[in-house]
Design a protein around this ligand. Sequence first.
Ligand code: UT7
Length: 331
Amino acid sequence: MTKITAAITAVGKYLPDYVLSNAILESMVDTTDEWILTRTGIKERRILKGEGKGSSFMAIEAAKDLFAKSKVNPLEIDLVIVATATPDMQAASTAALTATEIGATNAFSFDLISACSSFLYGMSTAAKFIESGRYQKVLLIGSDKNSSMIDYTDRATCIIFGDGAGAVLFEPNKEGYGIQDEELKTDGIGREFLQVPAGGSILPPSLETVQNKKHFVFQDGKTVFKYAVSKMAEVSDIILERNHLDKDKINWLAAHQANKRIIDATASRIGLPVEKVMMNIEMYGNTTSATLPLLLVDYEKQLKKGDKIIFAAFGGGFSWGAIYLTWAYNS
Ligand code: UT7
């Protein structure tokens, strides 16, 4: 029997209209355009404005963009996974509302939450459903309204994060295109270095948690930076070696867009020239679960059937990993 692989067959995106530029941030906190650009590579990020709009709003729009481009019928979707670190609500899943609103009424759905690795883990999860042979169309959406958990008086974090969403469709492939290999990791040692301290079961919301700003992202940037560079390169190396790949055989690196310096360092550790490194951090900042699908949408026209792509991500938890995928279509 021919082996079924899970291939990406369509992509879509949504970015809010409001642009938060470095110049605007200069008027909000003690920072400069030059510092932000040289330390992170970010020029601007998008922010979702409007009451009552959460991550589902952007997830729905990204899925609609995918449907419009691919002509996929939502009724044929078997499963909707929303990868997010900022779900609409604590209990009701973001994916359930998203699936219903996009007309995927024959699908079941769930949220996948693992900080900046949510989408990468979602790719692995989606692939398992497809590879089982039971499911034909799995829609994976990465959507994060990071602005909902950012303190816009804290210059260490407010310059980094942005809002956005990206969607990809996985379908079975019998020619061998799609996900080839993965190396996924976690280490709970990382929890203290990157977290939103309150709002969960350890420290439920209270007047005190709000007054003490415990519902905002806290990050020990230097430590996270160090781990991110070494761990993303480590897992990418494992994938390269196991699949007999070298820098000449790889076409693209699609790395989580957290900091241009982290991406550059990871690429240089595996010997990839800049032309092979997907990059859009300058326009969107770190959109957490949306960085990888946004890269695919922005680079879709340059991707060719058979291109070998290494995905890599690192985030809170700590959680990280790399996935090797071959691209399945010419657009
Ligand atoms: O996506 C999830 C994973 N997250 C990441 O991968 C993020 C990893 N970390 C980073 O990207 C970087 O650590 C940051 C961009 C967060 C910070 O860059 P850094 O080069 O590590 O700066 P730093 O925190 O070591 O700060 C260096 C200096 C400090 O001043 P002193 O103590 O040297 O006088 C900071 O106070 O820069 C100062 N600083 C700023 N200055 C201007 C920190 N933030 C700013 C700012 N503008 N926005």
